[in-house]
Design a protein around this ligand. Structure first.
Ligand code: NAD
Ligand code: DAU
Length: 357
């Protein structure tokens, strides 16, 4: 039995589905079901007794302690977080609460549980903390990619709160010998990603003939990784990683945002042609404050020490993702009801449109 946090979100739900399909071990899925959590992502697991869903907050130590005592997990995989940079600019408080304080409460509950275990169980226990490349700050155009030795230099409230959680995890290993491992991954994309993030937002807007809002000059660079490859990396770290170590995960697929948007438009044009094409919807809008120019991950350590490598290229991963969104219009409609409209208004209304591509 393992405990997964945030398993109703984008990466967490992909991880839960892959885990049950490929490992088969039962898991408890603790998720608060914020705007980003969605039980529809897990509908395919209905009736599967190996999946126990609990709605709750990682910051609720009493609840987490109860879950440890009841289910006796051998490991924790910690995905739960506030994850969207733009939301952290509009409202940083929730990020500090969940990412810093929530991770602290979860660590305390896990440490208490681990300290009481018998010797063999204690030696085998693992806590995998899922983090991001954004903690390293921004790279210049020709800088080498981030390694595990790159200094922390977070630039947004989101990345600062993730950096805070990474430091706590590091300190728990250093001070208490707590068997924690941290993964720092680049930008993910794939099924079930909430359409506030670049790739699903652009797909959903294009299909609705709405503007495709590109921030600033669109030349910021991200290193894209298909979500299934990230899930495989996390499984591998849980299985074979060394406590106290951190592992960078990346797709070796750096792309400028504008090139990603062009690729989406061109793929849609092939799958669902429309008069005038999709590129006409591209609209340059005001930049994100403090926008990091470039991220790139050097994943040599996880590749050489743990034998992990991505299976998908950006082309194959993007094609699968676009196909998934085309086939799951009802899922998109469902997540775009509720608070989504308010968020779009908050984030985009004041940005205006600066030029057409
Ligand atoms: P997401 O926003 O899609 O999902 C987050 C999930 O956590 C949701 O189900 C939400 O309900 C849950 N949650 C939030 N606060 C909670 C709390 N206090 N208690 C319990 N559950 C809570 O996020 P994601 O994109 O799937 O990211 C998952 C993790 O991976 C995050 O830690 C994020 O920092 C990290 N990460 C994401 C990416 C990416 O590209 N999306 C890349 C690298 C790392
Ligand atoms: O790098 C890993 C991180 O990737 C994760 O830790 C975060 O949880 C995840 O949200 C993601 O952060 P980004 O800020 O890189 O992702 P986002 O999809 O929000 O934006 C990707 C790029 O696209 C970024 O340079 C901003 C730009 N962008 C984004 C949106 C939503 C636009 O140009 N227009 C948009 O409307």
């Amino acid at each position: 039995m393992i405990l997964v946090t945030g398993g109703a979100g984008f990466i967490g739900s992909n991880f839960v589905i892959d885990w049950l399909g490929q490992v088969g071990e039962a898991l408890v899925n603790l998720d608060k079901l914020t705007y980003a959590g969605n039980l529809a992502n897990l509908a395919g697991l209905a009736g599967d007794a190996r999946h126990r869903f609990v709605r709750g907050d990682i910051a609720d130590r009493a609840l987490v302690e109860k879950l440890f005592a009841e289910h006796r997990p051998r490991a924790v995989v910690h995905f739960a977080a506030e994850s969207h940079v733009d939301r952290s600019i509009h409202g940083p408080g929730a990020f500090v609460k969940t990412n810093v304080l929530g991770t602290f409460e979860l660590l305390e509950a896990a440490r208490g549980w681990w300290e009481g275990l018998a010797r063999d169980e204690k030696a085998a226990f693992r806590f995998v903390h899922v983090s991001t490349d954004e903690v390293y700050g921004a790279l210049g155009e020709s800088d080498p990619a981030f390694t595990e030795a790159s200094p922390y230099a977070p630039n947004s409230p989101y990345s600062a709160s993730k950096a805070g959680s990474d430091h706590l995890v590091r300190a728990y290993h250093h001070t208490y010998g707590f068997p924690a491992l941290t993964t720092n991954c680049s930008n993910n994309y794939g099924p079930f990603q909430f359409p506030e993030k670049l790739i699903p937002l652009m797909i959903a807007n294009a299909l609705d003939a709405r503007p495709l809002p590109v921030y600033g000059d669109g030349r910021q660079v991200r290193d894209w990784l298909y979500v299934g490859d990230h899930c495989a990396a996390v499984r591998r770290v849980l299985e074979a990683g060394a406590p106290g170590e951190t592992y960078n995960i990346g797709g070796d697929a750096e792309r400028r945002n504008i090139d990603v948007v062009h690729a989406i438009c061109d793929a849609l044009e092939r799958l669902k042609p429309r008069a005038g094409g999709y590129r006409t919807f591209i609209t340059y809008v005001a930049d994100r404050p403090g926008h990091d120019r470039r991220y790139a991950m050097d994943a040599t350590k996880i590749r050489t020490r743990l034998g992990w490598a991505p299976r998908e290229t950006f082309q194959t991963g993007l094609a699968q993702t676009i196909r998934w969104y085309l086939d799951n219009a009802a899922w998109v409609e469902q997540v775009r009801s509720g608070e989504y409209g308010r968020w779009i208004e908050t984030n985009y209304a004041a940005r205006g449109s600066e030029a057409q591509a």
